[in-house]
Design a protein around this ligand. Structure first.
Ligand SMILES: [Zn+2]
Length: 472
């Protein structure tokens, strides 16, 4: 009998096995990741029929201090938001969306009520929403939804009237911040991270997923320039670190969607992702927010993600604003605001596939406004309202900048970064928009009671100072 090793075939077999194992590792490396998005494909008809469904929930994620032009889907050259860009590609993206202020409380009061800041009157540090304010959470609660808000910014606390309509309205318990987390906002230190929102939300969903629910999560890691070693991709300047934080929050959003998936909720939850204002990086000699209302602190993202994925995402090219957010979402859900508000539903424009180029029918040209009382944080000082009027490609801003009052006119069509003040070159347009701005500024509150004025105690003030705001 010939010895096995003296034969040829065992060697050939061994070689074949070695090559096969090698090839299998190559093949394995090239197997694409399984798409974790289990949602069915949807169409405009599914959006049209969305209002008739009785199984849908709403998750509203507010990313504090997120400016639109730092997202990939809004044209940013850095890869800050790979996950959110995918969500936008399969949902609805509002391409020219204006926040109503660059200061959280004023902006959020308008976002929730659909009323512009002069109509809410919530313009100073001690103002609170009165019980008369009609809040979307009240609408949802009245329709049988379990309503919960979990927030990390003290300006939207129940103390300022933002809890109206919520069954539960809480700050999450801050976990011990892992060593891998870095936080580099030069002005801030608060506890915990946005991952606390995800874990608190996960707990809420486990308890309430058999009910119909509306959940609001107010994230702060971008505001606080919080990021991880993995998201530290862009460098060391303030702007770089802000981008690191956006990339980190993009990861947080991915884990939030993964949690929805684990709990089987992706196929019946409408997710709304928005922001209250942007952030300045010295464009006009100012840093941060809540000081002026130019494009960098008021142009924000708004993205809707349905419980189904659109094969081709819808982009709304029209001017829209945060006052439109709840009129649109409630309309899509088949619900409505009880009273007349400034914002309008953009459902028709979404159903038109974002095709309509003009603004709201019957109101041409469509105008949107931003407002900031530049002395909002000072006691016993006269209000100093700055107003921005946005009309087509034009933005007129009147406010105090480095001392004197300045009126600025920008044309984003010829000057996308809005650096060239055309006010002197085009005095007629400037005078026309100045008049509109002044009339807007002087409009009274829509509520008989006006804003509530609180006697803020030292403890609450210290909490707000800890958020980085200077309050005397
Ligand atoms: Zn804010």
């Amino acid at each position: 009998m010939t010895h096995l090793l003296s034969q040829r075939w065992p060697w050939i077999l061994a070689a074949v096995i070695v090559v096969a194992v090698y090839l299998s590792t190559i093949i394995e490396i090239h197997v694409p990741d399984v798409d974790p998005d289990p949602r069915p494909i949807g169409t405009l008809d599914d959006i049209r029929a969305f209002a008739d469904r009785d199984d849908t929930n709403v998750l509203f994620v507010l990313i504090d201090t997120l400016r639109a032009d730092h997202l990939g889907s809004y044209g940013y050259e850095r890869d800050t938001t790979p996950f959110l860009d995918t969500i936008a590609d399969r949902g609805v993206r509002f391409a020219r969306h204006l926040a109503q202020s660059s200061w959280t409380k004023c902006s959020m009061a308008s976002l929730w009520t659909g009323l512009y800041p002069p109509h809410t009157g919530i313009t100073r540090f001690n103002h609170a929403l009165p019980p008369e304010a009609e809040m979307p959470a009240e609408v949802f609660r009245d329709h049988g939804f379990t309503t919960t808000g979990i927030y990390r910014n003290g300006w939207v606390s129940g103390y300022f009237g933002f809890e109206q309509g919520f069954d539960i309205y809480i700050k999450p318990t801050p976990s011990i911040v892992p060593l891998s987390i870095r936080r580099e906002n030069p002005t801030l230190t608060t506890q915990g991270t946005d991952l606390d929102l995800v874990s608190t939300a996960a707990e809420f969903l486990r308890l309430h997923k058999s009910e119909r629910w509306m959940l609001y999560l107010h994230m702060m890691d971008v505001h606080e320039y919080t990021y991880t070693a993995e998201s530290a991709l862009f460098g060391t300047t303030n702007l770089d670190i802000y981008d690191n934080a956006i990339r980190h929050v993009d990861d947080v959003l991915e884990s939030l969607f993964a949690e929805l998936g684990r709990q089987g909720l992706l196929e019946n939850t409408l997710v709304v992702i928005g922001a209250d204002h942007g952030e300045a990086f010295g464009e006009r000699g100012l840093e941060g927010h809540a000081r002026a209302i130019h494009r960098e602190t008021t142009e924000v993202p708004l993205i809707l993600s349905f419980p189904f994925r659109l094969e081709e995402g819808i982009v709304l090219p029209n001017r829209t604003a945060n006052v439109d957010l709840w009129p649109t979402v409630l309309d899509l859900m088949g619900l409505s605001f009880p009273d007349e508000v400034d914002g309008v539903s953009r459902r028709d424009e979404i159903l038109a596939g974002g095709q309509r180029e003009s603004g709201v029918p019957g109101e041409e040209p469509y105008r949107a406004f931003a407002y900031l009382d530049q002395t909002w944080g000072s006691r016993g000082v006269k209000p100093q309202p700055s107003v921005a009027v946005v009309e087509g490609p034009l933005r007129f801003v009147v406010g105090k900048e480095h001392g004197p009052w300045i009126a600025s006119l920008f044309d984003s069509e010829t000057d996308p970064l809005e650096r060239v003040n055309l006010a002197k070159k085009d005095p007629d347009t400037t005078a026309r928009l100045k008049k509109i701005a002044a009339a807007f500024r002087d409009e009274p509150s829509r509520w008989e009671s006006g804003p509530q004025e609180l006697q803020i105690d030292e403890m609450e003030l210290n909490q707000l100072r800890a958020l980085g705001y200077s309050i005397p």
